[in-house]
Design a protein around this ligand. Structure first.
Ligand code: AGP
Length: 613
């Protein structure tokens, strides 16, 4: 989705904003623009395509002596991704500019009203309406004009506004679209749609809430409620992420770096939460009392995409170990179906970003129906964490690659902890078992760390005979069925190969018709409780000449009788196989996409953080 960066302070504006926009590239975009104030006038540059195009047209303007301005990367919703539709958008005078993320739902009627009043429009976007609407209300107080304009608006926005009449001030506002401030006594004031652009300058972050407006200057920030007009006092939070975490660190792509960061992300997610002596789990930030935990009759897990796959794995874990019935929903379905939810239901949202529009809408609905909300989330202070009653943070660090990798395995680690926690609190698991499983989880990071380089080499060689496939199937059973779905999603999103994931036992109910000598099938076949069943399904694929790649347990020679292409993984406790078996699926997708020359970190049409419905 779109990205906003705004800055006012002592530094040169263009490099700060340009670098900030680069750090938001992962969000997905198709055009970009920048505006700054120089000698009392606004100077605007915009271009289609990648930021490099914008950088090219900026030329010497990169060194412009400007200290206040805004930048934007646009992911087209209203109007094609052209230069004319790129942000910033201006009012009729050219003295006021706006950058905007989100959707102005009533832009049609506002546009007609403004056209009748004589405003002229230069783009097809909904955003431009905002510039003209603010112009309509502007006398000498920009804050008042923006507030009046926003009172007319239906929809979602994160907004940055600059006006020549207030040359030391940026206005920011948000409603249902993320926006954060970075503050620093000497460096100045920053605004951005996510944290990475702020990291080189400050770790002091202010998380804005919906319907808040900020007057941002180099040495101050004042927040107002758009509902009451009153000042709002907000905490400035210190975050633990640093600038290097949002850089590639010698890897070719963020995705590969993030695959390699998984052992650390798992350690960081688990450490301090599980007692290696007793297996007892501490999750105090969940904010649920023992009585509330004891009273849970059902759990709804709500998420999108990869996070939904984590939810599917968690259903197996929670039902088996905590013995609580679990329903798993795709958030965009959950929010539009008749929900049988009350105060005895615990709703758990799973989201890397904590900003996904459908998942947010889902937890708001569940909360209104009386359910307690817990979110499993990677971004401290994100909207979801602020709206939930409690949070279990994954500590994966910033995830920049659009394809989620370390966030997913950290979600699984957090959900496994969550399972042990529930099982313990509800007296469903013996201390010995907890201890055994807890230790296995702690040891898993080292197992993954040790196997990664060898695995990548093997997969790199293997994909030479598969990288040009047109279709791909992924199959798995039990705990590894969701991993088959995740493997297929990963492959399709970054390599554009059509891929589907199936429960192995489901093949003969339809998909087996697709199997022939040209169809590659990746089978997950660890030595687990359903191993024999999986093998039968894989034999059926072999009998129809499917091109099998098998991922299985070290020492399982039988797999070699089925196919030559076997990837062996170390044996771990079978409950943790979903975390382990995700890694080769990620590497396979990465190597295939790389071999095909795809833009691995920023796949076409995709956005990292899906903040619109
Ligand atoms: C996965 O590779 C995708 N980037 C996508 O499916 C993602 O998991 C989904 O959009 C949900 O995002 P969230 O975890 O930030 O809510």
């Amino acid at each position: 989705m779109c990205g906003i960066v705004g800055y006012v302070g002592r530094r040169m504006l263009v490099p700060v904003v340009l670098e900030g926009l680069k750090r938001l590239e992962y969000r997905g975009y198709d055009s970009a623009g920048i505006v700054y104030l120089q000698d009392g006038a606004l100077v605007k540059y915009r271009s289609e395509g990648k930021l490099q195009n914008l950088e090219n047209i900026l030329g010497e303007a990169i060194g412009a002596p400007a200290h206040i301005g805004l930048g934007h990367t646009r992911w087209a919703t209203h109007g094609a991704p052209t230069t004319e539709n790129a942000h910033p958008h201006s009012d009729c005078t050219g003295e006021l500019v706006v950058v905007h993320n989100g959707i102005i739902e009533n832009y049609h009627s506002l546009r007609n009203e403004l056209l009748e009043k004589g405003h002229t429009f230069a783009s097809e976007t909904d955003t431009e309406v905002l510039a003209h609407l603010i112009e309509e209300y502007l006398e000498d107080d920009l804050r008042a004009a923006v507030s009046k304009a926003l009172a007319r608006v239906e929809g979602s926005y994160a907004l940055g506004v600059l006006w020549t009449g207030m040359p030391d001030t940026l206005i920011a506002a948000r409603n249902h679209s993320p926006l954060v401030l970075g503050v620093h006594d000497e460096e100045g004031g920053f605004m951005a749609s996510d944290i990475p652009p702020l990291l080189p300058y400050t770790d002091q972050i202010v998380f804005l809430d919906d319907l808040e407006l900020v007057v941002l200057k180099g040495d101050s920030h004042t927040i107002y409620s758009l509902v009451t007009g009153d000042k709002v006092e907000k905490e400035v939070k210190t975050i633990s992420w640093n600038s290097a975490m949002a850089e590639k660190g010698g890897f070719k792509h963020f995705m590969l770096k993030e695959i390699y960061e998984q052992p650390q992300a798992i350690i960081d997610t688990v450490s301090g939460r599980i007692n290696p002596e007793t297996g007892s789990v501490e999750l105090p930030e969940m904010n649920l009392s023992d009585d509330e935990l004891a009273g849970i009759e059902r759990i709804f897990l709500v998420a999108c995409g990869t996070s939904w796959h984590a939810a599917l794995v968690a259903k197996y874990w929670i039902e088996r170990w905590a013995k609580i019935p679990v329903e798993v929903d795709i958030a965009s379905e959950f929010r539009y179906r008749k929900l049988l939810i009350d105060e005895k239901v615990l709703t758990v949202s799973i989201s890397q970003s904590g900003e996904t529009a459908d998942t947010l809408a889902g937890i708001r609905l569940a909360r209104d129906l009386g359910s307690k909300i817990v979110t499993i989330c990677n971004v401290v202070g994100s909207t979801m964490t602020r709206e939930a009653h409690g949070t279990v943070y994954t500590h994966a660090g910033p995830e920049i690659g659009v394809a989620s990798t370390k966030a997913f395995t950290s979600q699984l680690a957090a959900l496994f902890l969550f399972t042990l926690y529930l099982a313990e609190k509800r007296g469903r698991m013996e201390a010995d078992k907890r201890l055994e499983l807890g230790r296995e989880l702690i040891n898993l990071a080292a197992v993954i760390d040790a196997m990664l380089p060898r695995l990548q080499e093997e997969i790199k060689k293997l994909i030479e005979s598969y990288y040009d496939a047109r279709d791909f199937l992924f199959v798995g059973r039990g705990l590894n069925f969701p991993i088959a779905l995740e493997g297929a999603l990963k492959l399709k999103e970054i390599s554009y190969i059509h891929a589907e994931g199936y429960a192995s036992g489901e093949l003969k109910h339809g998909p087996i018709a697709l199997i022939d000598k040209d169809m590659p099938v990746l089978g997950l076949a660890p030595k687990d409780a359903v191993y024999q069943k999986s093998i039968s399904n894989l034999e059926e694929i072999k009998a129809r000449q499917g091109r099998l790649i098998l991922i299985g347990t070290e020492g399982d020679e039988h797999l070699k009788c089925i196919t030559d292409d076997v990837i062996y993984l170390p044996e771990v406790h079978e409950e943790l196989n979903p975390i382990l078996y995700t890694i080769p699926a990620q590497l396979l997708s990465y190597e295939i996409a790389s071999r095909r020359g795809c833009d691995v970190d920023q796949p076409r049409n995709l956005a990292k953080s899906v903040t619109v419905e």
